[in-house]
Design a protein around this ligand. Structure first.
Ligand code: SAM
Ligand code: DTB
Ligand code: SF4
Length: 345
């Protein structure tokens, strides 16, 4: 069944009915919608850098960077622009096309904005797409970041409205919606998704995706994170989500938001290659690439390049810097296309 129209009036029952489909039928529908809108062999590749780590005043129950939990993450100052640019150069050389800078802030202070703006300008000058995730933004801050050349702003809804109060108490769901509105209003692209595996029900996973799809505009990128359990956070010890349920979440995201990049985000390090391949079949077409997320691990670049080679996947080009970015990662992929190398990986 094809669903060509972009809708933002999904009912909970409709979304729930998609989740409840037999697994092969759900994957078939999601895979069909994926190939109607994208080349299914292309995967968008982003690299993350924590430019200000830890010491965060918020109480997000999943997060190793919240000051109130004892997770062993030390608080740092904001990185220098030079150090950020060096990391961005390395990410570009390794083949990333988008560079996302994260800060463990509730929201940036106005005095932080010029520092972040300088990072954005210089990362953009390298020919990378720019993304930042800095917490809640005012309209003026969104305007300043847009003027510095910021392409994407990441701000997640994290979970369904009715499960939210189990996870975060220091900011409201509406605060998140307000920040997303400021980002859209200045014409920046939105990156907005959530986390699954936090003990929520299938109904609540449907609620997260329903809320994302019913935003005034579908987010351009939709990161689907599988909880990375970190010792010291309240969610450490949560029952693991059934991997097939994770794949269902990806598939329903693809069906509801057919033209968005659906990103297989945190949690990949613990996933088998086979589970990731199922996610790509279900419509995931973006990953975080590089050995670290913000504070936790991600698959080694060699493992990802070998997986790309085994599955015949290619990194998506960005128009402005096509050639350099693509050529760079293709050299890495070619270096791993030897079947002996791939199977050993
Ligand atoms: N402080 C800013 C904020 O909360 O908007 C930006 C950084 S915050 C770490 C970005 C996102 O990372 C969160 O919204 C959450 O979805 C995700 N995240 C954080 N810790 C995680 C974990 N342990 N597992 C999976 N995703 C996580
Ligand atoms: C998103 O949705 N996931 C990324 C990015 N946006 C900023 C962050 C994942 C963080 C995982 C835990 C950590 O490494 O600290
Ligand atoms: Fe702070 Fe962001 Fe972590 Fe919440 S998710 S504790 S706001 S760094």
């Amino acid at each position: 069944m094809s669903m060509p129209l972009l809708r933002n009036d999904w009912s909970r029952a409709e979304v729930r009915a998609l989740f409840d489909l037999p697994f092969p039928e759900l994957l078939h529908r999601a895979g069909s919608v994926h190939r109607e809108n994208f080349d299914p062999a292309e995967v968008q590749v982003s690299t993350l850098l924590s430019v200000k780590t830890g010491g965060c005043p918020e109480d997000c129950a999943y997060c190793p960077q919240a000051q109130r939990y004892h997770t062993g993450v030390d608080a740092t100052k904001v990185m220098s622009t030079e150090a950020v640019i060096e990391k961005a150069r390395q990410a570009k050389a390794a083949g990333a096309s988008r560079f996302c800078m994260g800060a463990a802030w509730r929201s940036p202070k106005d005095r932080d904005i010029p520092k972040v703006a300088a990072m954005i300008r210089e990362v953009k000058a390298l020919g990378l797409e720019t993304c930042a995730t800095l917490g809640m933004l005012s309209g003026d801050q969104a305007t300043a970041l847009k003027s510095a050349g910021l392409d994407y702003y990441n701000h997640n809804l994290d979970t369904a409205p009715e499960f939210y109060n189990e996870i975060i108490h220091t900011r409201e769901y509406q605060d998140r919606l307000d920040t997303l509105a400021h980002v859209r209003d200045v014409g920046m692209k939105t990156c907005c998704g959530g986390i699954v595996g936090m003990g929520e029900s299938r109904e609540q996973r449907a609620g997260l995706l329903q809320t994302l799809a019913n935003l005034p505009a579908h987010p351009d990128s939709v990161p689907i994170n599988r909880l990375v359990q970190v010792e010291g956070t309240p969610l450490a010890g949560t029952a693991e989500l059934d991997p097939f349920e994770f794949v269902r979440t990806i598939a329903v995201a693809r069906l509801l938001m057919p033209k968005s990049m659906v990103r297989l985000s945190a949690g990949r390090e613990a996933m088998s290659d086979e589970l990731q391949a199922l996610c790509f079949l279900a419509g995931a077409n973006s990953i975080f690439y590089g050995e670290k997320l913000l504070t936790t691990g991600n698959p080694d670049t060699e493992r990802d390049l070998a997986l790309f080679a085994r599955l015949g996947l290619r990194p998506m080009q960005i128009v402005e810097t096509a050639g350099t970015v693509h050529a760079s990662i293709e050299e890495h992929v070619e270096a791993t296309t030897d079947p002996a190398h791939s199977c050993a990986a």
